[in-house]
Each structure stands twice: as C-alpha cells, then as structure tokens.
Design a protein around this ligand. Structure first.
Ligand SMILES: [Mg+2]
Ligand SMILES: [Zn+2]
Length: 188
C-alpha cells in the first residue's frame, strides 16, 4: 500500500508564528503539537515538515541555524514519543540579498517542489496525503500535487480565512493543528 503522509507547515502551524524565527529561544511549540504528531505516527502516516525559510535568502539567519532548529524540534518530539519523518525547507527568494539563494525556484510554496522531493525520497502517495498550514500558499502547493488541504486558524490563519485565494479550496478550516489531525483521522 502506498505510504500516506501529512505535510505540516512549520511556523504558525506546528510552532507559534514568530516572524523570522532566528533564535532557538523563540521556537515555541503549541501545547498540543507533540501529541498531534504522535497521533499521526500511530495512525501510520508519514509526517513531513515543509517550510519556506526565506530568512536564509535575506541573510537573517544561516542554513545551519535552520538545521539546528530542526534538530531541536526532533528532540522535543522524541521526548514526547513523536517522530517527524522529514524536514524540507526552501532557502530561496527571488529578491535574496545572498546571491546563492536568489532565484525563482520550484520549491518556495506555493510551488510544489518540497512536496515532490519528499514524495520521491520517502516514497509517499501525494494524492492520498494531506497538507496542514496557516497560509493559502501552503494549501495551494499541496493542491498542485493532489493533496487535500486543511487551513488552521493559528499563525496567519485567521487573516487568511478572511481573504480566500481564488482557486485554492480547503477541505477543512479548523482552529489548530490538533483539530486538523482529528479531522484527518476522521476523514481518511
Ligand atoms: Mg506558516
Ligand atoms: Zn526554493
């Protein structure tokens, strides 16, 4: 059977929105974040982080910091018996101050490159998968590869809910990532 996945946006969805998250002290989990991931693990989903990190392109933090942050998240998850199966991030931006990262890439959401890369590396069935995010571009990226989208009202979600993006159709809009997981488990 093909492996189903839940793609989770990081900032504003799994973590509190912190603007450009550039220090580990500013990395704040919601009280239910670890439980939400553990429930998905137990239900047999792969759980994959997909995140735009243009702070790298803008010179606000280095790629090594993002790696550190993801190691920190992994440890917190492990302490609560939860597991993330992959971290995929886009370091690019078309207006990057750092030239290496200046491009119109295929991985900055709403482009679907992070999803397709994860799918091929981890063997995921995209059309049997879900994306959870607080921005329409999260759902749009998922929609482009056939994944169903759940918008959460944390982070920028409430603002996004008030101004829909034409062509992006959420399967559900819920308060937070725990409710998103409940919805996914009921639906799938
Ligand atoms: Mg977000
Ligand atoms: Zn990119």
């Amino acid at each position: 059977m093909a492996q189903r996945a839940v793609f989770l946006d990081r900032d504003g969805t799994l973590l509190e929105e912190a603007g450009y998250l550039d220090r580990l002290e500013r990395l704040v989990f919601f009280p239910y974040s670890v439980d939400a991931v553990r429930l998905l693990n137990r239900a047999g989903f792969s759980v994959v982080i997909v995140t735009n990190q243009a702070g790298i392109a803008r010179g606000i933090f280095k790629e090594a910091f993002v790696t550190d942050a993801h190691r920190h998240i992994t440890a917190r998850m492990a302490a609560g018996g939860a597991r993330l199966d992959g971290f995929y991030y886009c370091p690019h931006h078309p207006d990057a101050v750092i030239e290496t990262y200046r491009k119109s890439c295929d991985c900055r959401k709403p482009q679907p490159g992070l999803f397709t890369r994860a799918a091929s590396e981890l063997g995921l069935a995209l059309d049997d998968s879900f994306v959870v995010g607080d921005r329409w571009h999260d759902l749009e990226a998922g929609q482009r590869v056939g994944a169903r989208g759940v918008l959460v009202r944390t982070g920028y979600g409430k603002t996004e809910e008030a101004s829909p993006t034409p062509g992006v159709t959420p399967s559900a809009i819920v308060d937070n990532v725990m409710e998103a997981v409940s919805w996914i488990l009921r639906t799938s």
